[in-house]
Ligand binder design. Structure first.
Ligand code: ATP
Ligand code: MG
Length: 505
């Protein structure tokens, strides 16, 4: 027994004597070839996936393919001076972006460099672009509404804080306009917004910025932008960077709205990178992990439970379809990841129905759990009325004989369609939306000419703001429609329409 212990002791001692500590140094590699922002590097056997690499001490890239003694990386600069033979060193860090309050009102690129010419960003805090999504235990249900200020959406496709709602449609159907309205509607509230422009024209980004600034919503917003001119790697990083910025606010207990405009261009940028990296391509030449590209991004949107601060990230990804084909590869992927979609149609848009939301194909899987009680009370059967109207309208076009009840359905449907039209950047508060829907439900608009509906609606709202401002504010603040408020509102609406018909006579 003693002998055994001695032998074990001497064995351990001998091993300890022989133990040599080799400090873990970062290795160097050499650029073997470089083309189209893709660099093949010899060496760097200890490099990690996604690690930031330094080229010749002045340029950066990200390691994306690891082999036994070689690494393939993408450069973060389009015009780069990297040539074969340049020394590459590991940094031991992953790509990071500055985060925090100092970013509000600023426009930055995905790695945190300012693009608005307002000087360096004074933020001491950084966050890795990629991080794990909150676990199930950290999350809680989506119950608080996130108002977009768009009547058609808030009444029929309600979005909750922490939800992921896809905006999908062909080009030029008002996708960005809806996302911008949602951002503008947050300017007076407690929701911080992040707008990620992925591979867009610089002029479009300038227009978006101007719109937000004019509406007074820029101070509450961070814009993360990569232009179509930027290299694919920058476009690829943009949404992750925006998400990292949003996450900081979320973990601080705040509510954030993030818009990814748009993920089709993001998938294309990733496809370009993957093809250049010679990864095997699959359907539509996208690489096999293109689903993971978006799922890991959108999973980071969440509503945290009270113990974790109660913050949230609501994501509005945008997808552009080709000729309304929502069954293409990327649209179906993203539809399956998100909690619902707002489907925009060119036919509706061209027919002047703007926002061009196809209510039949749009859903919100969170549903009525994320709606104010006041809105729940008044928006009951709108979807049904609209669906019935659209079905019947098709027959009515053939000049078929129409009975009285069908004529009424058409009459009401036409007016509801008009009421749901909303010009760009014009957002409606909860009380205004409730007032419109209540007047519609009370059949007040039935006597108004279709072409006058929008004008009458706007005049009604102005009158209500003047006459019963207290009631309107009380609905906005409480989210409830009390019996008393309802009576006051109905009285004011009745008086308005009576005055209207008197004026006509
Ligand atoms: P793209 O595919 O180019 O990104 P998009 O789908 O994002 O386009 P927008 O840029 O939002 O579409 O809008 C297209 C055009 O339609 C713009 O000129 C915009 O001013 C107009 N528009 C959008 N929404 C409305 C609206 N509700 N009322 C009137 N005009 C609108
Ligand atoms: Mg757009």
């Amino acid at each position: 027994m003693d002998n055994d212990i001695k032998s074990i002791g001497s064995f351990l001692k001998e091993r300890l004597d022989r133990f040599e500590y080799t400090p873990c140094e970062y290795e160097y590699g050499v650029v073997k070839s470089c083309a189209d922002e893709i660099v093949h590097i010899d060496g760097l056997s200890r490099c990690r996936y996604g690690e930031l690499l330094e080229f010749g001490g002045c340029e950066y890239g990200i390691a994306l393919d690891l082999r036994e003694n070689a690494v393939d990386a993408v450069l973060l600069n389009k015009k780069s001076s990297v040539v074969p033979g340049v020394i590459v060193s590991q940094t031991g860090r992953v790509a990071e972006v500055c985060v925090g309050e100092s970013l509000l009102g600023r426009i930055i690129d995905p790695i945190g460099r300012p693009l608005d010419g307002l000087g360096e960003i004074q933020s001491g805090e950084y966050r890795a672009l990629e991080s794990h999504a909150p676990t199930i235990m950290q999350r809680t249900g989506v119950k608080t509404p996130l108002e977009t200020g768009i009547l058609a959406i808030d009444s029929m496709i309600p979005i909750g804080r922490g939800q992921r709602e896809l905006i999908i449609g062909d080009r030029q159907t008002g996708k960005t306009a809806i996302a911008l309205s949602a951002i503008i509607n947050q300017k007076k509230g407690d929701v911080i917004c992040v707008y990620c422009a992925i591979g867009q024209k610089a002029s479009t980004i300038a227009q978006v910025t101007a719109k937000l600034r004019d509406a007074g919503a820029l101070d509450n917003t961070v814009i993360v932008a990569s232009t179509a001119d930027d290299c694919a790697s920058m476009q690829y990083l943009t949404p992750y960077s925006g998400c990292a910025i949003a996450e900081k606010f979320m973990y601080d207990g705040k509510d954030v709205l993030i818009v990814y405009d748009d993920l089709s261009k993001h998938a294309m940028a990733y496809r370009a990178m993957s093809l250049l990296l010679r990864r095997p391509s699959g359907r539509e030449a996208y690489p096999g992990d293109v689903f993971y590209l978006h799922s890991r991004l959108l999973e980071r949107a969440a509503r945290l439970s009270y113990e974790y601060g109660g913050g949230s990230i609501t994501a509005l990804p945008i997808i552009e379809t080709m000729s309304g084909d929502i069954s293409a590869y990327i649209p179906t992927n993203v539809i399956s990841i998100t909690d619902g979609q707002i489907y925009l149609e060119s036919e509706l848009f061209n027919a002047g129905i703007r926002p061009a939301v196809n209510v039949g194909l749009s859903v919100s899987r969170v549903g009525r759990a994320a709606q104010h009680n006041a809105m729940k009370d008044v928006s009951g059967n709108l979807r049904l009325v609209l669906a019935q109207y659209r079905d019947t309208a098709v027959f009515a076009r053939f000049g078929a004989d129409i009975d009285e009840s069908t004529a009424l359905l058409l009459r009401r449907g036409e007016r509801l369609t008009e009421l749901l039209k909303q010009s760009q950047n014009k957002v409606f508060s909860l009380s205004r939306q409730v007032a419109v829907l209540l007047s519609y439900a009370g059949n007040f608009f039935d006597g108004v000419d279709v072409k006058d509906v929008i004008e009458t609606r706007d005049r009604l709202l102005e009158t209500l703001e003047l006459q019963i401002n207290d009631t309107m504010r009380s609905i906005d603040n409480s989210g409830e429609l009390s019996e008393n408020d309802r009576n006051l509102l109905m009285r004011a609406v009745t008086a308005f329409f009576e005055g209207q018909s008197n004026a006509e006579h």
